[in-house]
Design a protein around this ligand. Structure first.
Ligand code: COA
Length: 291
């Protein structure tokens, strides 16, 4: 077996390398979708100094990536066919983390990552997991009924960017998304404005939104993010905008959609549409000076 080569993240070509691995191991239901990587990398501008990122390659192909959010939080993916590389990733994380507490988020089914963490004396953290849910699109389309004079559509492109950012910020309190960062998102594979849906109020204001990222290879879409302006909640708008975007996704040939639920409200929303749980996250931590 070749020795894995580690390369430090430099530019958007490295994001593509990370996405290549994420796409290649998708059928194993891993923690990340190519859209997660695009959204997390570009939703905020000027975050590069907050991160350390590395990719492990064998024979020119990515087998693992690690992404440290400073001071000490790691997310990663390791191809389960090369479990030994998981130790290299944790070792890299260990060596370059400067803070006392180190935290790693994995899926509870990623046994190759969990056993590497246990080898490095990480302990499970008692905190609420994120719930991963999915829905089959075989029986689409979803019927959608909006309140009187509200309209749903996908965004047309850059001309909608100001309103698109405004609706995101109206849903996500204190969001750092800006027009500059959203432009970066729109320029990142696999962003597709025909899967970026909004609801307009009767006066033309954007009041709910749902962005879907489509992995054409695996025929799976990821909803990220979804939100409703706090003044317009519990009117069925998030449900409607998701269904409109899911119908568009289905027309493009997707067979499945997935979404990560980070709160009980979000879980209730996606459950009401028909999403079902298929996995959940598990966090581990370690205090460096007690290892
Ligand atoms: C979660 C969120 C998107 C829901 O938006 P919304 O437009 O109010 O949702 P809807 O009106 O379409 O709700 C549809 C169904 O979802 C469920 N639901 C939605 N919000 C809920 C809540 N706060 N508590 C419990 N159930 C909820 C209900 O079943 C609801 O149907 P009902 O109103 O007939 O009971 C909104 O609260 C929000 O933007 N939150 C902040 C951002 C966020 O967390 N986004 C999701 C993660 S990406």
């Amino acid at each position: 077996m070749s020795i894995p080569i580690i390369r430090t993240y430099k530019d958007s070509n490295d994001l593509k390398r990370m996405q290549k691995l994420t796409q290649a191991i998708w059928s194993l239901e891993p923690n990340y979708h190519i859209g997660d990587l695009a959204w997390q990398r570009y939703r905020h501008a000027g975050r590069e100094d907050d991160w350390d990122t590395a990719i492990w390659e064998m024979d020119g192909n990515p087998v693992a990536w690690g992404w440290i959010q400073k001071p000490g939080e790691l997310i990663c993916q390791v191809n389960p066919d090369f479990p030994v590389v998981a130790k290299d990733v944790i070792d890299w994380f260990d060596k370059i983390t400067k803070t006392n507490e180190q935290k790693v988020n994995v899926l509870e089914t990623e046994s190759h990552l969990i056993s590497a963490l246990e080898d490095f004396l990480f302990n499970p953290l008692a905190e609420n997991p994120e719930i991963l849910t999915k829905i089959s699109l075989d029986s689409c389309s979803f019927p959608v009924k909006l309140p009187d004079k509200f309209k749903g559509r996908h965004i047309k492109g850059f001309e909608d960017i100001t309103n698109r950012v405004a609706v995101h910020k109206a849903a996500f309190h204190k969001s750092r998304v800006t027009e500059e960062s959203y432009l970066n998102v729109m320029n990142t594979y696999p962003y597709d404005s025909s899967l970026d849906w909004i609801i307009e109020s009767p006066n033309g204001e954007f009041v709910a939104s749902c962005l879907i990222w489509f992995d054409e290879v695996n025929k799976v879409g990821l909803l990220e993010p979804v939100g409703t302006d706090a003044r317009f909640r519990r009117m069925g708008l998030a449900s409607s905008v998701c269904k409109l975007a899911l119908n568009a996704l289905s027309e493009k040939g997707a067979k499945t959609a997935v979404v990560v639920c980070t709160s009980p409200d979000a879980f209730e929303l996606y459950k009401s549409i028909g999403f079902e749980k298929f996995a959940q996250t598990k966090s581990f931590h370690r205090l460096k000076n007690t290892k």
